[in-house]
Every structure is written in C-alpha cells, then in structure tokens.
Design a protein around this ligand. Sequence first.
Ligand code: ATR
Length: 279
Amino acid sequence: MQLKLGLIGFPIKHSLSPWIHNQFLDKSGIKGTYSIMEISPDDSFEQELERMKENGIDGFNVTVPYKKQIINYLDDLDKNAEIIGAVNTVVCKNGKWVGYNTDGIGYVIALRNKFPEIFRDKTNRILIIGAGGAAYGIYYGLKSEGFTQIDIANRTHSSAKAIAILGDNNVETSILTLDEAHESINSYNLIIQTTSVGMKPNTEDTIIPIKSLNQKSVVSDIIYQPLNTKFLMDAKKTGASIHYGHTMLLYQAQYAFELWTNKKMPIDNMDQQLKTILE
Ligand code: ATR
C-alpha cells in the first residue's frame, strides 16, 4: 500500500516540503508520495477537501492561507492546535481527520538542538517580534517548555495581547511597541523575528534595526527565503549568535511525518543541504 501525503495552501508551487518529506519517505523505507495540492482562492475549498477524502489521503500539511479555515472541516483537534487556533498537519485515519500544529514544537526542537544552553535557564529573557500565526505557535511552544519571561513586540498592540493570554498564565509577558523593543533589545537572551518583514528577495527591509546586542544573545529569524535576512546579518555583525529559519521548517516536518507514520526520521545532513539550496 502506498502512503498518500501532501500539502494544501496557496501559492505553494515552490514549497520545500516535498523535498523534505520525500527524503523522509526514502529513509523510512515507506512507499508513498507527498504531493503539492494547491487550492486557489477561486476553488471551492470544501470540494477540494472532499476530493482528497475520496482519493484516500493519509495525511497532509496545511499552509497559508488555510491554517485556520481547515479547522471547520476536521473531526478532532489536538490540544496544542486548539490553543494556538491553527492547524498545519492533518492525520487521516479510520475515516477521521485530526488536526495538529507542529510549527511551534518544530521551532523549539530546532532551537534546542542548536542552542541547548538556552534551555538550561528558564528565566532567560525572550523577545518575540511579531504576532501573526507563527508567533502563536512559538510563544506557546516556549511557554510549554517552562520559560517564564517572554515579551512580545508588535506593530499592532491588540494582536500581541491576544497571544499573551494563550494557555495557563504562568509566564510574565510585557507587550512592547517596536520602538520600545528597539530600545531594550540588548536586555534579551533570545530574540525571535516572526514577522513577514524581510521576506522579499534582496530586500534591505528589517523590522527593527539592530546596532548593538548583548554578545551572549541568540537571534533567530523564522524567514528562510531569503535565508540571510538583514535582521540576522545585522545581528551577526554585533557578535551575537544567529539561528536560521530553515531549521524550523525541517523540524516541524519531522514531527508531522512522525504523526503520520509513527517514525521519527533523522535530520542527518538535511539541515546543511537545505541551507545550501536556500543560499
Ligand atoms: P500571518 O498570516 O502569519 O498571521 P501576517 O498577517 O503576514 O502573518 O503578519 C505577521 C506579522 O508580521 C504580524 O505581526 C504583522 O504585524 P501586525 O500584527 O501589526 O499586522 C507583522 N507585519 C507584517 N508587515 C509588517 C510591517 N510592514 N511592519 C510591521 N509589522 C509587520
């Protein structure tokens, strides 16, 4: 039997997920396919999902703009996805579709692999810049790890406030303006850029100009196209450590593949390969 996997979203023609999951399939020895199933906003979302059901899909990833919309078509929702309010992975088993969110967990695992020392002190001060879909998963993922000080800076105050009330309230969170974040940036041990600013090719756009940083801080950008965002490159110049965005992509995929197959595939040198593709 062939495992039928895929990705829905729009636009997704250039997605790297098939590259990742086809390697996982190869490594696991499982026979299967991972296909791009682009659903344009002009298509009927419901009809496309019906068609996938008829074709006997075993599991799929969901990306923009459907991470919230898909929830209306699921039979069940994992607690993590329910709290975050978005689904990026669906497991289809015994006629039931169950939604998960592996983005935040993927981010946390990628970060821990590279910078385990951050996780040794849960009082480390964390700043998340941005309050879109990705920030929800990352905030909740870090909160679930037991970090106690996670601030959020965003252009729109109300969106940041909505994140700060996710889950049980065991975290101290201040909501900052982007200017305030700029002024206090060297007081953070970990800074995570989650906005879409800096995503255009060859852009000099950056959400917060970085001039100086605490040398011991880690600066992370979840953008991976381009890989070398101005935000990360400015951080690198100050001597801080940097954490690239493509690792989140790999580890959220690893966890999604595990949900579909019960097999945790090693990342091996995929991290370096993907970096080379993106550079
Ligand atoms: P998503 O689809 O994941 O929700 P999004 O709507 O593209 O993502 O926005 C992601 C983040 O980028 C948000 O924090 C957004 O800020 P607002 O909440 O104020 O909209 C931020 N963002 C996008 N463009 C921006 C810009 N030009 N300046 C500042 N922040 C920006």
